[in-house]
Write a protein that binds this ligand. Structure first.
Ligand code: NAD
Length: 380
């Protein structure tokens, strides 16, 4: 099959879904690779590097869609992109089917297959294709780097001839994939790091990474924890306890990284305006939940704001794109692994096996039918 990658059209998006390295691997599966001219430029992959890896370069998106059996991209397609799909073609990208039912319906009408990378089941076997995790890992790391960039002090404590420097205090709210990456980065830079999550089972992971779990005295210790490793909304009583604890911490914390999300809901508001007011001038908040409304009351998505009391609040929603080379490498690998499973005989022939939990779970349209939502995976 011919695997093709167009240039991303979303404003500011710098990632690309194919790299020269992933193209070499795809060719080992018997596929041919095509890319739109300049598609990898912003991520640091030149057309010459793709050509050297055996990838054909085509001049524009129309030529790319015409030349490809399978399209791989990062962002969900625009209407115009969906309209370029033809019967029997497969698109592999982030898709967010619950929010994009119109696009899904249009892909179905065109009898194109859509594989949503955000729907890859989070089971052990599928970890190598888990693009949500590979991107969240980058976002968590970059959140700390971005905070450091706006924080006027060291992370680590130092005793120097010019004076004693106290260590920075970092609080990470939400210890999923992004939160744990942020904890790892903050502790490795030498900050005193605290972390909180409604799922008590993460306490051990938090502590194993050198951070302190913020313990909440509450009778129903599991409040807010749900099945399947995700969080559920907390009860009002739990939330009050949580906010009271954060209020107590706010005056002494220098950097807050919030990552708290609940599947299918707006981000819970956990860092309130009065907490921002209680923070010291020069403190920084990075709100990784900004795209879903933000965990901080004062977050403005895609903006950096500085409050009257000198607190910087960063609501950028494009952290993986800000590390485009790294993000593209990992994302292209996630896609390549998916294509490995779709090409079981390594003969360039795709078998769309709907009995496979991972392929079934991620497929949202197939052969003129909407196949979203999928049944739960059989294997955990
Ligand atoms: P997420 O992005 O949905 O949420 C981020 C974190 O916010 C979660 O840890 C959640 O518990 C927390 N949270 C929600 N409400 C909160 C509140 N009020 N206060 C504080 N924290 C709150 O999570 P994610 O990073 O996508 O990971 C979700 C789960 O999936 C985790 O258990 C993770 O270990 C698991 N996972 C499993 C695999 C696998 O392959 N087995 C891969 C990736 C993730």
């Amino acid at each position: 099959m011919r695997i093709g990658t167009p240039r991303e059209v979303f404003p500011g998006e710098a990632r690309v879904a194919m790299t020269p390295e992933s193209a070499l691997q795809l060719q080992k599966l018997g596929h041919a690779c095509v890319i739109e001219a300049g598609a990898g430029e912003k991520a640091g992959f030149s057309d010459a590097a793709f050509a050297a890896a055996g990838v054909s370069i085509v001049p524009d998106a129309a030529a790319l869609y015409a030349a490809s059996d399978v399209l791989t991209k990062v962002r969900p397609p625009t209407q115009a992109e969906v309209h370029q799909l033809r019967q029997g073609q497969t698109l592999i990208s982030f898709f967010w089917p619950a929010q994009n039912s119109d696009l899904m319906e249009q892909a179905r009408e065109r009898e194109a297959t859509v594989i949503a990378m955000d729907m890859v089941p989070r089971i052990s076997r599928a970890q190598k294709m888990d693009a949500l995790s590979s991107m969240a890992n980058i976002a968590g790391y970059r959140a700390v780097i971005e905070a450091g960039n706006h924080f006027g002090r060291f992370f680590t404590g130092q005793v120097t001839a010019a004076g004693k420097v106290p260590p920075a205090k970092v609080l990470v709210v939400g210890a999923g994939v992004a939160g744990l990456a942020a904890i790892g980065t903050a502790t490795s830079l030498g900050a005193i790091t605290y972390a909180f999550d409604v799922r008590p089972e993460v306490a051990e992971q938090i502590e194993s990474m050198g951070a302190q779990f913020v313990f909440l005295e509450f009778e129903a210790a599991q409040d807010g924890a749900a099945t399947g490793g995700y969080a559920a909304p907390s009860s009002p009583e739990f939330r009050e306890k949580q906010l009271a604890k954060f209020r107590e911490l706010a005056p002494e914390i220098d950097i807050v990284i919030t990552t708290a999300l609940i599947p299918g809901r707006p981000a819970p508001k956990l860092w309130t305006a009065d907490m921002v007011q209680a923070m010291k001038p020069g403190s920084v908040i990075v709100d990784l939940a900004a795209e879903r409304g933000g965990n901080c009351d004062l977050t403005v998505p895609d903006e950096k704001v500085v409050t009257d009391n000198g607190v910087t609040i960063i609501g950028y929603t494009d952290f993986p794109s800000r590390m485009a080379a790294q993000a593209s490498t990992l994302y292209a690998n996630n896609i390549r692994h998916f294509l490995t499973d779709l090409t079981p005989n390594k003969d360039g022939v795709i078998h769309h096996n709907m009995d496979d939990d991972v392929i079934r779970g991620a497929t949202v349209t197939h052969q003129g039918t909407i196949t979203y939502p999928p049944p739960p995976p059989k294997v955990q």
